[in-house]
Design a binder for this molecule. Structure first.
Ligand code: GDP
Ligand code: IMO
Ligand code: MG
Length: 421
């Protein structure tokens, strides 16, 4: 069997958690391949909303295994909170959740360095989630990090102290005051919990499973425009969020990749700093934020909102090799008299289709095509054949432009509010 990949094509929060949950009954294994608790993946069913940060979004299904892959970074404190939150729903985490021994650990000082470097940047800050993501990946590539497989090492505390010492020098350089002693008890409590879970060589486990014809879905975090290489650098996250990240973050060879599900909102959002060509800074943006409840699942920050951006979407589709598209939050556009799509950018007086190196407002201006809106509320529509004609026109236009079928249209946060085309 092959590994299917589901990933975000925009700046994150496209609705990955919801769709992974919807797809899980079709897969034996769900694997997260990058990112960490900067992610907030929301699932809704039976009137209850769950937000997952590190645990894969297949966890609520009894028949699937969930793997936290080697590419993920784990904060033991947040991880413990997530597991505790699952207890009241009787989720059998012990048998359903496996951790890669090679996944890196977020230390309390990684979080402090994240905060200190954001503070030092002032107005130029990334707007990070302050979860310690950047510093942890820096230690990974700098070959200093601690991994899940290290926690049973008798010298673990020594290794921890050694790294903490290095971090103390960085924090001193950044003139950042902190109280590490107050943070350590929770962290080590989290480590004790991690010890109780199953640690595996996930690359071996997954490749063995594929040979046994097991089906695997790789769950992305963040979105393609936050990718460390291809996103709007430096306003990006610190991992490869694109399809190739599933290979390195799970130990899957490129020829093992099957379908690539690219997920996007019917409009655009972004949280944190950085350029956003189609951002709406007036009333329409406010309306999108209000109707779409666009507030961060991890930080609660208001998300910046704007119209759909085709040059960016085409770029993300190209980089990822998307084979199927999933359009989320179509219901949020109900009631807009006019809906716009950015079809090209104007760069130095020329209309361009490609995604340029610099997408800052001084350099690119969006060129829009206007569509007629629809009044109908979509949240109770149960069949794609009952979609209003204006929405069908919107979808057909996108399929023609993007040359990839839109196989799912989501019309509400609940599992059931999912239309298959
Ligand atoms: P993720 O990070 O990609 O998993 O997405 P988030 O969970 O951060 O953000 C998506 C938000 O939109 C969550 O609050 C979801 O419950 C919600 N959501 C998902 N799909 C839909 C939809 O089709 N319509 C509406 N109105 N909300 C949705
Ligand atoms: P999910 O998986 C939206 C953004 C942050 C910031 C930048 C860098 O829920 O889609 P970081 O903490 O990673 O160093 O922050 O990336 N960001 C996200 N935005 N959804 C996410 O995850 C995000 N994870 C990080 O807001 O701009
Ligand atoms: Mg999210």
């Amino acid at each position: 069997m092959k590994v299917d990949v589901l990933l975000g094509l925009q700046w994150g929060d496209e609705g990955k958690g919801k769709i992974v949950d919807v797809f899980t009954p079709k897969y034996n294994i769900i694997g997260r391949f990058q990112g960490g608790p900067n992610a907030g993946h929301t699932l809704e069913f039976n009137g209850i909303k769950h937000v997952l940060h590190t645990i894969p979004s297949g966890i609520f299904h009894a028949n699937s295994i969930n793997i936290v892959g080697n590419g993920v970074v784990i904060d033991p404190v947040i991880f413990k909170k997530e597991i505790d939150a699952l207890k009241k729903y009787n989720v059998d985490v012990q048998s359903r959740l496996l951790l890669s021994k090679k996944a890196h650990l977020i230390l309390p000082t990684h979080r402090l360095i994240d905060a200190a470097s954001e503070a030092a940047k002032g107005n130029a800050k990334i707007g990070s989630t302050l979860k310690g993501i950047g510093p942890t990946y820096m230690d990974k590539t700098g070959r200093n990090g601690l991994r899940v497989g290290d926690i049973n090492d008798p010298n673990f505390k020594e290794k921890y102290n050694f790294l903490i010492l290095k971090h103390a020098q960085i924090l001193e350089f950044l003139h950042y005051e902190y109280n590490l002693e107050a943070l350590e008890p929770d962290w080590f409590e989290g480590i004790e919990l991690l010890k109780k879970l199953k640690h595996i060589d996930s690359e071996q486990y997954l490749n063995d499973a594929l040979l046994q014809d097991k089906s695997v879905l790789a769950e992305g975090a963040q979105g393609s425009l936050l990718d460390i290489d291809f996103g709007s650098y430096p306003f990006v996250t610190s991992s490869n969020t694109i399809c190739a990240g599933a290979c390195t973050g799970l130990g899957i060879a490129p020829n093992r990749i099957g379908k690539v599900f690219g997920i996007f909102k019917a409009y655009c959002t972004r949280v944190g700093s950085g350029p956003f060509p189609t951002e709406l800074l007036e009333e329409t943006g406010e309306q999108l934020r209000k109707t779409g409840k666009e507030f961060g699942s991890t930080t609660g920050r208001p998300r910046r909102c704007g119209w759909l951006d085709l040059p960016a979407l085409k770029y993300a589709i190209m980089i990822n090799g998307v084979t199927e598209l999933i359009m989320m939050k179509a219901d949020v556009l109900s009631g807009f008299e006019k809906i716009k799509i950015c079809t090209q950018y104007e760069v130095k007086g020329q209309a361009v289709d490609n995604f340029p190196f610099d997408i800052s407002p001084e350099y690119v201006k969006p060129i829009y095509k206007e569509f007629k809106g629809w009044g109908q509320d979509l949240t109770s529509v149960t069949s794609a054949s009952d979609m209003p004609t204006e929405l069908v026109d919107y979808i057909l236009f996108l399929e023609k432009q993007l040359q990839i079928p839109i196989t799912i249209v989501s019309v509400g946060p609940d599992r059931t509010q999912t239309l298959f085309r």
